[in-house]
Design a protein around this ligand. Structure first.
Ligand code: HEC
Ligand code: HEC
Length: 277
């Protein structure tokens, strides 16, 4: 009896359920098809009406940066790679180094580097000032980073403060007279004499090689102006007192040298006199 009832209930359920299930399935299929159609339509419409989708991943370069990219693709890709991401064992990535670094490296002729060397040397620049700006603009638009401000970089400078800041921050490597000096493992801090205002500013912002970065938090733009003015107006225009000097190592060094040379001369003189008699 119970089994009979069960069978009947099962049959009823199947009779009721089957068509219901079938129509639900059909409805689902229809919905899916409509969804796909809608998506295709929306996608198509998007591609038609938004031609910039491709460009959004690589934002378009300004014309100056595009000129810079053209120069870069000829002179720099071999070492710094396509899109400046760097080449293992040849040159570092330039993403995020900023216009300041390019400005410094290219305007001082360090880049393009001729060959692998311990330290890129200052050379007569390969590019004109406009081309340097274009290269810098390209790297800036690729990855951002510090930029040298426009305008007078010595405005309102105070020479005394500049001298103090120079002695605290720069003289341990570049020497008190700015003549430069040796660092460890064959590297050296160069003389500051050939550097322009812009190059000094860019060097502080980018910290080439072993030089630390002096960001605007450590040395404010006003203090940078003080330092630049001190280097350009005091160090470079220091009146030479005449006579021999030892590359401005300072009065003590020069006095010591004269003392030693004099002493040796006296010893030889007395030996010579003793030999004669
Ligand atoms: C022969 C290989 C070579 C070529 C060509 C070359 N570079 Fe470099 N570049 C290097 C190496 C190596 C360094 C790192 C050494 C150094 O800092 O002295 C470097 C460093 C730099 C830096 C400093 C990166 C930083 O961390 O601040 C900049 C900017 C730069 N190069 C730009 C350029 C540009 C622009 C060109 C093309 C005009 C160029 N380089 C061509 C090898 C090269
Ligand atoms: C730890 C040592 C060190 C200190 C401190 C240092 N520098 Fe340098 N500086 C260097 C080195 C090394 C170079 C060479 C980088 C290269 O050739 O890529 C350099 C290069 C420069 C140049 C480029 C010279 C040229 O060829 O035109 C300038 C300008 C400069 N430094 C300014 C400064 C100033 C200003 C300060 C202080 C605020 C300073 N440096 C502090 C090590 C130092």
């Amino acid at each position: 009896m119970t089994s009979d009832n069960d069978r009947r209930r099962g049959l009823l359920a199947r009779l009721r359920g089957r068509p219901a299930a079938r129509s639900r399935g059909r409805r689902r299929l229809g919905a899916a098809l409509r969804l796909i159609a809608a998506l295709t339509l929306a996608g198509g419409a998007y591609t038609v009406f938004a031609p910039g989708v491709q460009a959004q991943e690589n934002p378009p370069l300004t014309s100056a940066a595009a000129e810079g990219k053209a120069l870069f693709d000829v002179s720099c890709v071999t070492c710094h790679g396509r899109n400046a991401q760097g080449v293992e064992g040849r040159g570092p990535s330039l993403i995020g180094v900023g216009a300041a670094s390019v400005d410094f490296q290219v305007s001082t002729g360090r880049m393009p580097m001729a060959r692998q060397e311990a330290q890129a040397m200052r050379k007569p620049p390969v590019f004109t000032a406009d081309q340097v700006d274009q290269l810098a603009q390209y790297i800036q638009e690729l990855g951002g980073g510090p930029e040298v401000p426009e305008g007078d970089l010595r405005r309102g400078a105070d020479l005394a403060t500049g001298g103090e800041l120079f002695r605290i921050n720069c003289s341990q490597c570049h020497a008190f007279g700015g003549g430069g000096g040796a660092l460890s493992s064959g590297k050296f801090a160069p003389s500051l004499r050939p550097a322009s205002d812009r190059q000094i500013y860019a060097a502080m912002l980018s910290g080439p090689q072993n030089m630390p970065v002096f960001g605007d938090n450590q040395i404010t733009p006003e203090q940078k102006a003080d330092i630049i003015a001190y280097i350009q107006e005091t160090l470079k225009h220091d009146q030479d007192q005449g006579g021999f000097n030892l590359g401005r190592y300072g009065p003590s060094t020069e006095g010591l040298a004269i003392f030693l040379v004099g002493l040796v001369a006296l010893v030889f003189a007395s030996l010579w006199i003793a030999g004669k008699s």
